[in-house]
Design a binder for this molecule. Structure first.
Ligand SMILES: [Zn+2]
Length: 347
């Protein structure tokens, strides 16, 4: 098994270790010695690795580059956990961080539980952070002393293959994060395309482009996940598509944090209303959801429901290789069955 840097995917230069869950967060939630991460041993998944020892190889330079993001996000996350205001720019950084954690978790789950396969370069953190539309569902639960730090739905085969969504419980906050091409652009009024899955997933081929509606309107992600007691944050991202002329209009330009780099602005939805609000880059808001009365089982089920929704939205394989298409579309059917079972187990 060859070593790779979790950020760039190359053999690590001046190797050091990257904590997939940052050390400050482990200390903050008092989870240091808890053996929570399951590892394949003697054909069974067993909790073996403590959070503090949950690390992956990384280059020194890559690690340093991303430690700037860690440093910037720590006070933002602490502000959210303390019900203090944050700006749209800060929320955007927080979403970069969720990309990083989600992709890092995927790589470590594959590495620890399945052994390292041949990984395509685009699956590493550097290439995938801040690349596609994203969403963050924020819920507040009654404090659960035993569950102050957890990522319950990262064991599914679909998460290990695509990592399009995951749930991250920090203290009494539940964050459900999802990211994919054009996940939220259509309902936020941005241009969007229908896509075809290529051999090189998740790099997609564009089928055809649609003009944006130039207004934001919910529900943005469907009704499967009711909005009551939640705050949902959305961000359209068109970094790979900045040369597409459809983006060149006043609506898009006035709803971006960084138009020339394809970084859309922050939109959010609060409570049961379908009203979607836009947060100007330097405007602040308090992302404080009402404490939910739902139990933990229902919260966890929500994570799998988002995974099911992401899978249902994923484009089917349609390459020139019919056998390849058949194999991969069957695999997606198996993923769907596994997620359905997980949802049923949490009823
Ligand atoms: Zn590296």
């Amino acid at each position: 098994m060859s070593k790779f840097c979790v950020f760039c995917g190359k053999p690590p230069v001046d190797k050091n270790r990257e904590h997939i869950i940052p050390q400050w967060l482990i200390k903050y939630t008092g989870r240091g010695k808890m053996p929570m991460v399951k590892v394949l041993k003697d054909g069974e998944l067993k909790p073996r690795i403590s959070y503090m020892n949950f690390t992956m190889p990384a280059c020194e330079a890559c690690n340093e580059k991303f430690s700037a993001l860690e440093g910037a996000v720590k006070p933002i996350l602490l502000n959210i956990l303390a019900d203090k205001p944050v700006t749209a720019r800060e929320i955007s950084l927080l979403l970069d961080w969720f990309d990083k954690v989600r992709l890092g978790l995927r790589l470590s789950m594959v590495y620890l539980q399945n052994g390292l396969r041949q990984e395509a370069p685009h699956t590493f953190i550097s290439q995938r952070t801040g690349l596609t539309d994203r969403m963050l569902i924020i819920e507040k639960i009654k404090p659960l002393p035993d569950v102050r730090l957890a990522f319950p739905d990262t064991d599914t085969a679909y998460f290990k293959s695509a990592a399009q969504s995951f749930q991250f419980i920090i203290d009494n906050y539940v964050f459900t994060n999802a990211s994919a091409h054009f996940l939220v652009s259509p309902k936020l009024g941005f241009p969007h395309a229908t896509t075809i899955q290529t051999v090189d997933a998740p790099n997609v081929m564009i089928d055809h482009w649609n003009r944006g509606k130039e207004r934001a309107r919910g529900p943005v992600f469907g009704n499967i996940y009711p909005a009551q007691d939640k705050i949902i944050v959305y961000q359209p991202i068109f970094k790979p598509f900045t040369d597409i002329p459809l983006y060149n209009n006043d609506y898009v330009k006035s709803h971006c944090i960084d138009y020339s780099n394809g970084l859309g602005g922050i939109f959010y939805q609060r409570g049961q209303t379908n009203e979607v609000k836009y947060l100007q880059p330097d405007e602040t808001t308090v992302l404080k959801p009402r404490e939910t009365t739902r139990d933990i089982k229902t919260i966890l089920r929500g994570a799998y429901e988002v995974q099911a929704q992401m899978l249902a939205r994923a484009p089917r394989y349609n390459t020139s290789d019919a056998l390849f298409n058949e194999y991969n579309n069957k695999l997606m059917g198996l993923h769907a069955a596994e997620i359905r079972d997980a949802i049923a187990a949490h009823r």
